[in-house]
Design a protein around this ligand. Structure first.
Ligand code: SAM
Length: 189
């Protein structure tokens, strides 16, 4: 069966992340990806989750507590500042990251991710990622401002040197209403 977008995003990460890795949820939102990452890296690994909205931080911490998951640190800051929040020994084990872009469902639709901070964070993460580490971007672009972010990101990833990075595009090209799609970047060396 062809996997849906969120299922495939998790599938890609579960294939590349190993137990004990450090991973980043760049946009915690309601915490779905954080919980998934927390279970995937296991008790020796650690998740660093970021969001700029307090509501998202509260939801994500609640989700983790309900599932009794203790290997995650949830940070109320932009993902572009990730470097200031992750200890060096954890950073050397950085195995993956997910960016679920757009706005927080059920919340203020004007608080959206934007290409400037997304690309800043991606550049930093790519430079610290382990060999074969993976960044997965789930790109929602139907909202106001979403199209611009999509175009900037497509341009940015298309220029990444193929010697060092594999870049994957995964999406359903016959779906109506601007469906989300995935960009995944794997560090080869
Ligand atoms: C589509 S939602 C994420 C959904 C989430 N992954 C989940 O599983 O529920 C996008 C989130 O990105 C957050 N966001 C926007 N700009 C951000 C930034 N610069 N740094 C971190 N989070 C940001 C928004 O507040 C929003 O909660």
């Amino acid at each position: 069966m062809i996997k849906g977008i969120l299922k495939y995003a998790h599938h890609l990460l579960s294939e590349s992340i190993t137990g004990g890795d450090t991973v980043i949820d760049a946009t915690c939102g309601n915490g779905n990806d954080t919980v998934f990452l927390s279970k995937t890296v296991g008790t020796n690994g650690h998740v660093y989750g970021f969001d700029i909205q307090e509501q998202a931080i509260i939801h994500t911490r609640d989700r983790l507590a309900r599932e009794q998951l203790t290997n995650a640190t949830i940070i109320h800051d932009s993902h572009s500042n990730f470097i200031h929040h992750i200890p060096v020994d954890r950073l050397t084990r950085l195995g993956g990251a997910i960016f679920n872009l757009g706005y927080l469902p059920g919340s203020d639709k004007t608080v959206i991710t934007n290409s400037e901070t997304t690309i800043l964070a991606m550049e930093g993460i790519l430079s610290h990622l382990k060999q074969n580490g993976l960044i997965v971007l789930v790109i929602y672009h139907g909202h106001k401002g979403g199209d611009q972010e999509k175009e900037h990101l497509l341009h940015y990833v298309s220029l990444l040197d193929q010697t060092y990075y594999h870049v994957l595009y995964y999406g359903f090209i016959n779906q109506k209403n601007e469906p989300p799609f995935i960009l995944a970047i794997q560090k080869r060396h």
